[in-house]
Design a protein around this ligand. Structure first.
Ligand SMILES: Nc1ncnc2c1ncn2[C@@H]1O[C@H](COP(=O)(O)OP(=O)(O)OP(=O)(O)O)[C@@H](O)[C@H]1O
Ligand SMILES: [Mg+2]
Length: 570
């Protein structure tokens, strides 16, 4: 208590002899910094100061959308078994994603239970080995067989409902399956029992929303996580409770089995696989970057500059890496190395490799082959480009070493600023030396941001690495910047790397400028024409490399006559 008395005594002294303290107060005032924001003192409540919601703005409480999940894309007249209904729930004060499935009357439910048990006993196949359609046909046959054999009386409607639930639970992922069908969902996460499953929706206004799916029985959740790991071809157990894998459809799974390390119960996160990877044109549609930035990155990648994409979890790093890799000339040899297979490239000369973890891998798979092993090995494959899905540890060191020996490296890393990136690169476990850091050419910083009630992804900076010194840190030339106030990109500096390219190729500034412009036209044209599937974008880029004139004719632009000097034509 004594400190309170000291404070009181001090106050009394100040009140009695203010003149003794005047200087102190002035000094204190001077210390107030003018680059910060003053925190207001509590004031009187004035209802008139409360800003009314703009009635013209769509508010979340008006959201009420419904779309089919099973099947995702029904033909006219086709039965829809499961729907997504996203709506504002007044009592919860938030948006809820409701999965709506067929009702089960008590009679049908009893029969379903019985059929389930009989099915479990009669399985002679492993569903993980079957294609979805094969599994569905197989199940339908089995159900029909059981219904006939046991003379179960069912209406056609009840039979359909039973087929739906049996398929969902045996061939699919049970109650999570309808969500897995939703291409609008990026991530699905479950933090434990008695907590709703959350879905991260692509609609920029929604973000992460609660669903009506929940596990209340810990054992049921445990067995679901086991099922997930089985589907990933891995094993998970109390002694080995972590799972990192991918489902047959390509979705990435991280899960922890309930143990002392997961005290709320088992948990999992699924990054849903997108049928087709995002391309530079999608990125421009989302305004994650503009044609000017894309044409610049295109040119860097073509000229074998090494680029690192940095951002936090789910910022869009892997998608960015995949999109940028489309700019690699189609004849170049690419080796990609990943923990879980996420990259998809249209290149013929692409060798995708995936590390195999020793932990949790199935017996048939054999021993561990780490990212480092694959990277070391990749040197012998003589790739011109090495793409590493994400660097975290020792593999970063090997990648930078390979970059130092003349390979072009493209990769991502978890860091949300340049400082944090340097911190990660120079400390354990990565521990790069300054000379290795200098082998990196450009850094692309990507962020997921909430702006004006919308979730957006923006490239907040593109930097060129000029040098690195232990004492002073990184010397980087920021070429592009993003202004959060206006949501615009700004070219803030001339590019040193482009100048290097001019020097390396023996061209001149004007030619390269014209070339960058032409690429912007090509990108804008693809956007206008909505050519954005990765194979189509790959085709245009490939044609542009081999015959720029023909693409520019489509675009309506003329070719720079001296373009060949820059080595743009084979
Ligand atoms: N620029 C973008 N605009 C809109 N959606 C995007 C963008 N980039 C990625 N996405 C979507 O966001 C999700 C996460 O993207 P991605 O896997 O690339 O992120 P990440 O940063 O690599 O995540 P992690 O840290 O988990 O590896 C995906 O569903 C993807 O389709
Ligand atoms: Mg990623």
């Amino acid at each position: 208590m004594s400190f309170q008395f000291t404070g009181l005594a001090e106050k009394l002294r100040r009140a009695k002899h203010p003149e003794l303290y005047e200087d102190d107060e002035e000094e204190e005032k001077e210390e107030v910094r003018d680059d910060g924001l003053e925190i207001p003192t509590p004031g009187t409540f004035r209802p008139e100061e409360i800003e009314e919601d703009d009635p013209n703005e769509d508010s979340l409480s008006d959201v009420d959308i419904t779309y089919p999940l099973v099947p995702e894309d029904p033909d006219k007249g086709e039965t829809v078994y499961a729907w997504a209904h996203i709506t504002w729930v007044e009592e919860e004060g938030e948006l809820i994603y409701k999965v709506i499935e067929p009702d089960l009357d008590p009679h049908t439910e009893r029969i379903l239970e019985k059929i389930r048990k009989l099915l479990e006993r009669s399985f002679d196949v492993d569903f993980t080995d079957l294609e979805t359609e094969e599994a569905e046909d197989y199940l339908s046959d089995k159900i029909d067989h059981i219904v006939d054999k046991y003379n179960i009386s069912l209406t056609e409607n009840q039979r359909e409902v039973i087929r739906y639930y049996a398929k969902r639970d045996f061939a699919g992922l049970g109650k999570l399956q309808p969500l897995m069908n939703d291409t609008e969902v990026e991530d699905i996460s479950c933090d434990g029992t008695d907590i709703p499953v959350y879905a991260y929706h692509r609609n920029p206004k929604f973000g992460s929303i609660k669903t009506n799916i929940e596990w209340n029985d810990p054992e049921e959740l445990d067995s679901f996580v086991m099922k997930l790991s089985q589907r990933c071809g891995r094993s998970i157990s109390v002694s080995n409770p972590l799972l990192d894998g991918s489902l047959p459809d390509g979705s990435r799974v991280q899960a922890t089995l309930a143990t002392d390390i997961a005290r709320k119960g088992s948990n999992f996160t699924i990054r849903r696989f997108t049928e087709d990877p995002l391309t530079p044109i999608h990125m421009m549609d989302f305004e994650t970057e503009n044609a000017q930035m894309m044409s610049y990155l295109w040119t860097l990648i073509e000229h074998e500059k090494s680029v690192l994409v940095c951002g936090t979890t789910g910022a869009g790093k892997t998608s960015q890496l995949n999109a940028l890799s489309l700019f690699i000339r189609p004849d170049k040899k690419i080796v990609s190395i990943e923990d879980t297979p996420e990259l998809r490239l249209p290149h013929d000369h692409w060798v995708p490799e995936v590390a195999r973890s020793g932990f949790g891998s199935s017996v048939e798979e054999g021993g561990e082959v780490s990212m480092d092993d694959l990277l070391k090995e990749s040197l012998r494959q003589r790739p011109e480009y090495i793409i590493v899905g994400e660097v975290r540890g020792e593999e970063a060191y090997i990648l930078f070493q390979q970059m130092a020996t003349g390979h072009t490296g493209l990769s991502t890393i978890h860091a949300d600023s340049l400082d944090m990136l340097m911190d990660r690169l120079t400390t354990n476990p990565i521990n790069l030396s300054p000379s290795l850091i200098e082998t990196l050419d450009a850094i692309v910083l990507i962020k997921r941001i909430r702006r004006n009630d919308k979730y957006i992804r923006r490239i907040t900076g593109i930097y060129e690495v000029e040098g690195y010194e232990k004492r002073t840190g990184i010397e980087a030339n920021k070429v592009f910047d993003w202004d959060a106030q206006t949501d615009n990109y700004e070219l803030v500096n001339n590019s040193v790397l482009l100048k290097d390219i001019v020097n390396e190729t023996g061209g001149n500034d004007e030619d390269l400028k014209k070339e960058l412009k032409n690429r912007q036209h090509v990108l804008n044209w693809m956007q206008e024409e909505q050519i954005k599937h990765y194979r189509d974008v790959g085709d245009v880029i490939s044609r542009y490399y081999s015959d720029p004139q023909s693409i520019l004719e489509d675009v309506g632009e003329s070719l720079n006559p001296r373009q060949n000097q820059l080595g743009l034509k084979d």
